[in-house]
Design a protein around this ligand. Structure first.
Ligand code: KIV
Length: 274
């Protein structure tokens, strides 16, 4: 990566400096064309392990691998020059020990050039956050609804609805802040809790189904573009129906191929213009 590219990209400290100044806008991407289209408008792009679901059609995120993450993150870094790029730590690649986490995070960053990693987990994972940050790897923590805990949570369910669970999530977020995380993703939590955590922490909170009060927001890109099938999650908003545009274009292509309208001579080689 050239020095020029590095100088232009939003850095992790610049993201942290947004707290109280302006909102952080983030989306997911896992491919070059989407990353290219998203880059200019966003502060950071996350290669989420939701790629397993939206990109590979899997029922959950649990089988996504370090190799897949490294390859998708590399595609995103290669296709962007403005937004900070954060890669998710896949399930099973960091929970065993801080050393395992460091090894796999370093592999992902070295292979892709991403700027930092995101990991899911409560207080118990704060030690891992500290281990990575002290060794030069920026960490975005992810608390509340944690999709990698789908089996222990019994589904993708909103969290923090009782006082006890809200207090636990607040403790989780605080523990990651104390461990050196540069930000915390709050997913699927009660609005009041999202607001309270945002007011309590000195690092940015990034909400997804949390609260408008969060310091930033992130969504899965396919959800806002009408590319996730018929079901849009409650916490998302569809900003365009790109799915319908693609369907119409593909139907037109197929019809022109069948009618013999495509290709035209202008699409052929060795044909002189008249
Ligand atoms: O995997 C993912 O896409 C996420 C979100 C925060 C959007 O973790």
């Amino acid at each position: 990566m050239s020095v020029h590219r590095q100088a232009q990209r939003i850095s992790v400290p610049q993201l942290m400096a947004c707290k109280g100044e302006r909102k952080i806008a983030a989306l997911t991407a896992y491919s070059a064309p989407f990353a290219r289209l998203l880059d200019d408008a966003l502060d950071f792009i996350l290669i989420g392990d939701s790629t397993a679901m939206v990109g590979y059609g899997l029922p959950d995120t649990l089988s996504f691998t370090v190799e897949q993450m490294a390859a998708h993150a590399a595609a995103v870094v290669r296709s962007t020059s403005h937004a900070c790029v954060i890669a998710d730590m896949p399930f099973g690649s960091y929970q065993e020990s801080p050393a395992q986490a460091f090894n796999n995070a370093a592999r992902i960053l070295a292979a892709s050039g991403a700027d930092g990693v995101k990991l899911e987990g409560g207080e118990v994972m704060a030690e891992t956050t500290r281990f990575l940050v002290e060794r030069g790897i920026p960490v975005l923590a992810h608390v509340g609804l944690m999709p990698q805990y789908v089996n222990t949570m019994g589904g993708f369910k909103a969290q923090g609805m009782t006082d006890e669970s809200a207090q636990r999530i607040l403790r989780d977020a605080r523990a990651h802040q104390e461990a050196g995380a540069f930000g915390v993703v709050l997913e699927g939590v009660a609005e009041r809790l999202g607001r309270e955590i945002t007011e309590t922490l000195t690092i940015p909170t990034i909400g997804i189904g949390a609260s408008p009060a969060c310091d930033g927001q992130i969504l899965v890109t396919e959800d806002i573009l009408g590319l996730s099938g018929s079901r849009i999650p409650k916490f998302a908003r569809q900003f365009a129906d790109v799915g319908a545009v693609i369907k119409t274009a593909v139907e037109q292509y197929a019809s022109e191929v069948r009618d013999g309208q495509f290709p035209g001579l202008e699409n052929c080689f060795g044909v002189k213009k008249t």
